[in-house]
Design a protein around this ligand. Structure first.
Ligand code: ADP
Ligand code: TZD
Length: 568
């Protein structure tokens, strides 16, 4: 006698979604096509949010910034070969910036790819991804999907955060598996990024170094912002009374208006300090590698970082403090009284205050001018004044001059509200970060974009309009890369390599998708448009007309820009 028992089955598609949801991941940023269209559909059907983009790099950037904001890996989903490669730039950028994200790409049939028999979108994606991320995994059996997603999550967020690649061949997605077995194969990641306590002797060494400091300085990096140890970091700065400098994405960890901020005396404090406490900031090019003219007098470093090999990467670190920032700063705080660390000398603080006053007065004079057309300063002054009213707004910023000036002119008041070109100085994060930030926070976003920078992701205006996101994009339109004034020395018909169409109307682009376009030629028009756009909470783009002679080549990176000396 036989019983006709029907066995409930599920498949790879469902298991991927179940595994993500099982780990409280609720959003996927991606772009559909073979073999992952049904995966996206199913994600939505199962209650996840699927945000569809026009190019995978932008979806990847959205995932990366979501990861940075939440400490949970942002998820980007792409098709095989070209879609995967488009997403890979964002994965590599996330890894470089220590943002946790997972790039999940569908891939073509292994048997055909590995024999190079010319499959549709054939590529050995796993091996291409590996050098550009923290970890890369492939899942071949449906019963391994749970463990594969768990490994990807843990690899992305534990230790130094970064990007992870997860390869899902088309066959895997369609594989069926008995439902009970599938359910039991899911893995919930416990304590994905465990605290890492610093060694007590390392803490003592750091405190001893601080105790002997005459001109101490604290440098806050985006690792400090990422760590979400905001209250302890603020307490450490305020209880020690040590002046601090925020790196660009650490702005707002303490409000930029804080009395101890030394930003307006940056060159002075970097050159003069004797002991510098690095909190989640690498001594890479952004900090002149910790040596040379920028750093002036010899100094000793305390470096707080979760990655032990970051120590001594550029200069000797006298007091390495390896651990998570929350635990390290907490340990320093706990030891402050016992170590007998007093507030810094009045002489040091007084000298900084004096520099700040001088530099602020100089800057104010620049900001107060009203040239026609606008320059970077007058336009940014009006943006700064409007954004003062919205301390919790998210700010995205890229470009060369537009980045360098906005970073120093626009104040941040809250942690993790500024997202920019970061460690690579990459162009193209604009609309991806804006969408990621809007979706993740539910709060308005203002993207301040060079006209060249904007072009890398501009098509995502449609995505912003489609999801009705409260994103206001301001294009600093100076007719080109850096500037709009170069000429073709041959007199030929092609314009110079740095030049765009003159007087382009970027505001018309967003109107094509139902967004609101503004054309601003004065600081007053710009301020009015920005206030109106933020209040409306709807997609908007302001074309801000900037003097095409105003920028400098490479912004503030002139020293890194080799120029031909030979005249033939
Ligand atoms: P910035 O560009 O702002 O100077 P970087 O990206 O160079 O900052 O440095 C960030 C550093 O922070 C990285 O070296 C990274 O290992 C470290 N980091 C990230 N998260 C944590 C954390 N939770 N605890 C300790 N260090 C962290
Ligand atoms: N491509 C990528 C991916 N990243 C880059 N950083 C560059 C090219 C080179 N680049 C810069 O470093 S800044 C920049 C480019 C093309 C654009 C500067 O022009 P802009 O800004 O219009 O965005 P400003 O404010 O006019 O200088």
């Amino acid at each position: 006698m036989t019983h006709n028992v029907s066995v409930e089955v599920t498949d790879g598609f469902h298991l991927v979604i179940d595994a993500l949801k099982h780990n409280d991941i609720d959003t996927i940023f991606g772009l559909v096509g073979i073999p992952i269209t049904d995966l996206a559909r199913l994600a939505q059907a199962e209650g996840m949010r699927f945000i569809g983009f026009r190019h995978e790099q932008n979806a990847g950037n959205a995932a990366a910034i979501a990861g940075y904001m939440t400490k949970k890996p942002g998820i980007c989903l792409t098709v095989s070969a070209p879609g995967f490669l488009n997403g890979l730039t964002a994965l590599a950028n996330a890894t470089t910036n220590c943002f946790p994200m997972i790039l999940i790409s569908g891939s073509s049939e292994r048997e055909i790819v590995d024999l190079q028999q010319g499959d549709y979108e054939e590529m050995d994606q796993l091996n291409v991804a590996r050098p550009h991320c923290k970890a890369a995994f492939r899942v071949l059996k449906a019963e391994d999907i749970g463990i594969g997603i768990a490994r990807a999550i843990r690899a992305a967020v534990s230790g130094r955060p970064g990007g992870v690649y997860l390869d899902l061949p088309a066959q895997l997605l369609a594989q069926t598996i008995e439902a009970g077995h599938a359910q039991r194969s899911l893995v919930k990641v416990i304590d994905a990024a465990p605290r890492q306590l610093p060694a007590p002797e390392s803490v003592e060494r750091a405190l001893a170094l601080l105790k002997g400091a005459k001109k101490p300085l604290i440098l806050l990096g985006k690792g400090a912002a990422y760590a979400q140890a905001d209250a302890d970091i603020r307490a450490f700065v305020e209880r020690t009374g040590i002046p601090y400098l925020p790196m660009s994405m650490a702005k707002g960890l303490l409000p930029d208006t804080h009395a101890q901020s030394a930003s307006a005396a940056r060159s002075f404090v970097l050159a003069e300090a004797d002991v510098v406490v690095l909190v989640g900031a690498r001594l890479n090019w952004l900090l002149a590698h910790g040596k040379g003219k920028t750093w002036g007098k010899p100094k000793q470093f305390v470096q707080i970082d979760i990655a032990p090999t970051e120590m001594d990467s550029n200069v000797a670190i006298a007091a390495p403090l390896v651990g998570d920032i929350g635990s390290c700063v907490g340990a320093l705080l706990a030891g402050l009284d016992g170590a007998g660390i007093d507030k810094p000398d009045e002489e040091w603080l007084g000298a900084i205050a004096q520099r700040k006053e001088q530099n602020t007065a100089k800057m104010a004079a620049l900001l107060d001018k009203n040239p026609v057309p606008m320059n970077f300063h007058s336009a940014l002054r009006s943006i700064r004044d409007v954004l003062k009213e919205y301390p919790d707004i998210n700010l995205v910023n890229e470009g060369a001059n537009t980045l360098d000036f906005a970073r120093s002119i626009i104040d941040q008041y809250q942690p993790r509200k500024r997202f920019d070109s970061g460690t690579w100085g990459i162009m193209g994060i604009g609309m991806g970060f804006a969408i990621g930030a809007a979706v993740t926070s539910g709060k308005p976003v203002v993207a301040v974009e060079g006209d060249s920078a904007f072009g890398f992701s501009g098509m995502e205006l449609e995505t912003i309009c489609r999801y009705e996101l409260p994103v206001t994009t301001i294009v600093f339109n100076n007719n080109g890369v850096y500037r709009g004034t170069d000429v073709n020395p041959t007199g030929g018909k092609d314009v110079a390599p740095t030049v765009f169409v003159k007087n382009a109307r970027y505001d018309k682009m967003i109107e094509a998708f139902g967004g609101i376009g503004y054309h601003a030629t004065t600081p007053e028009e710009l301020a009015r448009a920005l206030s109106e756009a933020i209040a409306a909470g709807k997609p908007a783009l302001i074309n801000a007309v900037i003097d095409e002679t105003a920028g400098t080549e490479s912004g503030r990176l002139t020293n890194l820009n080799p120029q031909s000396a030979a005249k033939k």
